[in-house]
Design a protein around this ligand. Structure first.
Ligand SMILES: CC(=O)N[C@H]1[C@@H](OP(=O)(O)OP(=O)(O)OC[C@H]2O[C@@H](n3ccc(=O)[nH]c3=O)[C@H](O)[C@@H]2O)O[C@H](CO)[C@@H](O)[C@@H]1O
Length: 341
């Protein structure tokens, strides 16, 4: 479609921003003008400030509302209102034809502005449990994309995870993943398991997050265990490829990337995620016999050791049936069809 201007909005954390990036790449392939509105807080700037694929970008002074109380909450709401007016001007100036929100607090101004000036609003909900903002916006949206529920769309996952997918049948290496920030509970669990893994001859790959990298590295040294320890890796798929089993948070992007890579996973959901959505994400996979979940406060080494002894090949093969590669393409096609209609 020529002369079509699509605005992508939302972010805060890597999970949301990864969706913006894959949809943007798909729009770009089709020569569609793409714009972005995010927040000055969170990781939005770090991801997209220098990204010239967008025709224009706007970072607004919004911040989270859900976890705030009293005056702070009122202040955040007033900021969203002011930002909405700025978003409205930006959208009018660029003749935006449709808005896709990926959620998170930075999606609020442009999403409300779209409703106000009657620009079709599309929503991508990443999690099995719909977030608060998306619940409010859903009735006003033209289409609601989700990988769960009655009309699921494939989660937009980078093709690298599909290219490096393989069926796992034996656990020779385990990868520990803490999501974009890292997870202390997973780091501690890995260190607890490390001596046992060494005895079993199982290699360790471990993403610690920035904050805990020094401590975890020192602990492995003290244990005299050689492990592939790193804070964050932009090409994480290469490390996932080497592993046969994962222990991971259940953030949606990571979860569907692991699915695409066909790596069986023990999920340890982040217990403080809004509405406990990571648990619901993992529970969906468990319900499909495509993974395991354990609450952080119930973690035990035996749970993990039993998984090593189980038939991981069946799980790995099932994962291969749960996602296909064209998630972003289908989302873009639906948006363009509905905007044209
Ligand atoms: C604490 C919290 O509320 N987190 C939410 C946040 O996830 P959050 O951003 O923490 O995590 P996700 O797992 O969804 O995404 C992390 C992204 O970072 C990438 N990565 C990670 C480590 C690394 O070394 N290299 C790397 O590139 C992963 O490949 C993935 O693409 O948004 C998700 C999508 O709405 C939610 O499901 C999560 O619950």
């Amino acid at each position: 479609m020529q002369h079509c201007n699509i605005l992508l909005t939302g972010g805060g954390t890597g999970g949301h921003l990864a969706i913006v990036r894959s949809v943007k790449d798909e729009l770009l392939k089709r020569g569609i003008n793409t714009y972005y509105i995010g927040s000055e807080s969170g990781q939005d700037r770090a991801w997209f400030e220098k990204d010239d694929d967008f025709k224009d970008k706007l970072f607004l002074p919004t911040r989270g509302v859900v976890n705030q109380k009293g005056l702070d909450k009122l202040y955040s709401i007033s900021q969203i209102f002011k930002s909405m007016l700025q978003a409205k001007e930006f959208m009018k100036a660029h003749n935006i034809d449709a808005v896709l929100s990926v959620g998170g607090f930075s999606a609020a101004p442009a999403s409300f502005a779209a409703i106000l000036i009657r620009i079709p609003l599309f929503i991508h909900e990443q999690n099995a449990l719909t977030g608060r903002l998306n619940k409010i916006l859903k009735p006003f949206s033209k289409h609601f994309f989700s990988s769960y529920g009655s009309d699921p769309v494939d989660y937009p996952v980078s093709e690298n995870f599909f290219k490096t997918a393989r069926v796992r049948s034996e656990v020779k290496r385990v990868i520990f993943l803490g999501g974009s920030q890292g997870a202390k509970a997973i780091n501690d669990f890995a260190l607890q398991l490390a001596p046992e893994l060494q005895k079993l001859g199982i290699g360790i790959i471990h993403q610690t997050g920035k904050r805990d990298y020094e401590r975890v590295s020192k602990e492995y040294k003290k244990l005299n265990i050689e492990a592939d320890v790193f804070a964050f890796d932009k090409e994480i798929y290469l490390r996932i490829e080497k592993a046969d089993l994962a222990v991971s948070r259940a953030g949606a992007s990571t979860l569907w990337e692991l699915t695409a890579a066909q790596i069986p996973t023990l999920f340890i959901p982040y217990p403080y995620a809004a509405g406990d959505h990571q648990y619901y994400n993992a529970a969906y996979h468990v319900g499909m016999n495509a993974g395991w979940v354990v609450r952080q406060n119930m973690l035990e080494r035996d749970i993990f050791l039993n998984i090593i002894d189980s038939n991981i090949e069946v799980v790995s093969k099932r994962l291969g049936t749960m996602i296909s590669q064209n998630g972003a393409c289908k989302i873009v096609k639906t948006i363009l069809d509905l905007v044209k209609a």
